[in-house]
Each structure stands twice: as C-alpha cells, then as structure tokens.
Design a protein around this ligand. Structure first.
Ligand code: NAD
Length: 316
C-alpha cells in the first residue's frame, strides 16, 4: 500500500525486497475518507486478499492511518506492517496503534486501536521531503520535547546537523511515544499528554481545510502548542517564564499564523466537535512546565479567546 507520489520515488527498490501486489490510496488527507476506504476494500476483495496476507503500508501519516484502519477492519483484521516515509510518520503516526479516517472535516472520527506488528523506520526517506513536510514533523518533535523535557528539549533548540543526529532524534521520539502508549494503550489517562497542542491544532487544521488552504498537521500542532501555552498561563497552570520559553521555541521555527477575527467563531464551533471533549466542555492537555504536561484540563471559551487575542496580536 502506498500513494503514487511516494511509490514513484521508492517503489521499484522496495518491490525488490518485498515482492507483492501494489495498491494505492490518494495522497494526503484524501486517503482518510470513507469513500477511499470502500474503494480499497473492494479492490482487496477483487484481488482475493484474505487473512493469510500481509499488508505493508508505505507512506506518510495519512496513508498509514487509512491503510491501518482498512487492514484492521477488513475480514476483522489482517496483519499489517508500517514503513513510514515522512518525518511526522516516523516520530509519531507509525507508533501507538491509532488508525483513523476523517468524517468530512471531523478529524479522525472513525478509527481503531490496532498496532502494526512491525514498524521499519529508515531515515533515508527524509531526503526527498520538502521543507514544509519536515517542519510538520518538527511540530510533533517539539511536542515530545515538551513532554519529556531534557535531554530532548535542549536537543531541539536547533535543527539537526547530520544524519547521525537525525537518527538519534528519530529513535528517541519513537521510543518516548511507545513508552507512553505502553502505559495506557486505549488513552484512558496518561496517554492524553500526547494530545498537547492537538485541541487547538485539530481545530486550526479543520478551519484551514474549510478555507481551502493547507495547514499540515504538525504545523497546526505547533501553533496549537503556542496557543495552548497561553491558555495555561491564563489559567495559572504555568509560569510566565516557562510559558515564554515554550512560545519562543515555537516562534523560532514557525511563523505565526494570522487570520480574520471572524474565523475565531468558526474555530470555536470546530472545537465543540473535538472528540476529546466530555460533557463538561473542552478538555485540553496543558503544559505545567517543560517536561511536565498534564491532561483533562477544562478550558472555557473566554480563556481561549484571551489566548487567541494574545497570539494574534503579540509579535512572534
Ligand atoms: N495515528 C497517529 O497516532 C497519528 C499521529 C500523528 C499524526 N497522524 C496523522 O498523520 C497525518 C499527517 O501525516 P504526514 O505529515 O506524514 O502527512 P501526509 O501523509 O499527508 O504526507 C505529507 C506529504 O508528504 C509526502 N511524502 C511522504 N513521504 C515522502 C517522502 N519520503 N518524500 C517525499 N514526499 C513524501 C506525501 O505524499 C504527502 O504529500 C494526519 O492525517 C494526522 O492525523 C496520526
């Protein structure tokens, strides 16, 4: 399983190592639709795929999420392996067993908890990624650094300068995520720290998609982290000094977004549909300090409104 874009780059050499039939999904979020999933299941059925077969998903996070979902549900589950090809997929999406499709603009509303049996991480694929795709992965790396604190926090103060630094960063990020997931696979508690930046981040991602503009997932998460840090400061959860250290780190790599104030109302409606909410309202995962992220933080619209105003008006 792959996308035409990734397969055109590496498909031939991969087939030499793992011969088999090749199936394609559309690039990016297009892969994560029910229509795309139905078409894929039908093509698998037509080709006679059964439980004795192995699905190898090779691509970015969107392809892995969709292929993992289709494999985990087809005939009640086929074995599948992941070969992540984007930075974001290597450090995040390939690990942890969350598969998913979007329901229209609602991110990851459909999905299963079902881990790939093997994940093969190979930094050589990073070479063909564009700068925006690398930055998107960097957003999730900064989130992991915020959760772990040292040594990742210091190591992410600058862009990796060599292949060895990249390899070390990939290994540390995937093992940090695996460790957290192992302690709470179905996300009833501790795993929620991995949602830092994602309440606002998913809202921003959906807002931009509605506006017909692209905001890559990890870039949206980075801005989500900055805005949620301002929320944490407003709620007295984090000190001014620690909050500024986080927003300064994000501003170092990501230019601040700007949008018309009328979009803020739409962002609030999108946040109301966040699947992390409970009956009390919006549930965020806020940083207390670098190296300490909490979860189940109830956030009011007024507090987020204050944070958005600060974010949009203060120079980054
Ligand atoms: N399951 C999880 O735990 C989890 C965690 C984080 C993110 N995600 C999901 O991952 C998705 C984002 O993943 P992404 O950032 O990889 O986006 P993506 O899959 O859309 O890939 C981004 C672009 O990079 C291209 N690409 C991938 N590898 C390439 C390579 N080696 N060379 C050149 N181009 C390449 C893709 O074709 C695509 O155009 C989102 O849907 C998000 O919800 C899932």
């Amino acid at each position: 399983m792959s996308t035409q874009r990734v397969w055109a780059l590496y498909g031939e050499s991969l087939l030499k190592h793992a011969p088999g039939s090749v199936f394609f999904l559309a690039d990016g979020e297009e892969a994560k639709s029910l229509t795309a999933a139905e078409a894929l299941w039908k093509s698998w059925a037509k080709a006679g795929l059964h439980r004795g077969h192995l699905v190898i998903a090779f691509g970015g996070g969107a392809l892995l999420d969709a292929a993992g979902f289709c494999a985990s549900t087809y005939m009640r589950g086929l074995e599948f392996w992941y070969i992540p090809s984007s930075l974001l997929a290597m450090v995040d999406a390939a690990v942890g067993g969350k598969t998913g499709l979007n329901l229209g603009t609602l991110k990851n509303y459909i999905g299963t908890f079902h881990s790939a049996q093997h994940v093969l991480i190979c930094p050589v694929f990073l070479k063909s990624l564009g700068s925006e795709e690398l930055l998107s992965g960097w957003g999730e790396i900064l989130k992991h650094a915020l959760i772990q604190g040292e040594p990742l926090w210091s190591q992410t103060a600058r862009w990796p300068a060599s292949e060895a630094e990249w390899s070390s960063l990939l290994a540390q990020n995937s093992s940090l995520k695996q460790q957290i997931v192992d302690s709470d696979f179905r996300e009833s508690g501790k795993r929620k720290v991995l949602n830092a930046g994602h309440s606002v981040g998913h809202g921003l991602e959906s807002l931009y998609r509605e506006l017909g503009q692209s905001l890559p997932h990890g870039v949206a998460v980075a801005h989500g982290l900055a805005i949620e840090t301002l929320v944490a400061y407003r709620m007295n959860v984090i000190s001014r000094e620690q909050g500024q250290a986080i927003t300064t780190r994000i501003d170092q790599f990501f230019s601040r977004l700007s949008w018309d104030h009328s979009h803020t109302l739409r962002l609030f409606s999108l946040l109301n549909q966040d699947k992390k909410n409970d009956s009390q309202g919006w549930q965020f995962s806020l940083a207390r300090q670098i190296g300490d992220v909490g979860y189940n933080d109830l956030v009011s619209p007024n507090t987020l409104s204050w944070a958005l105003t600060q974010y949009l008006n203060l120079p980054g």
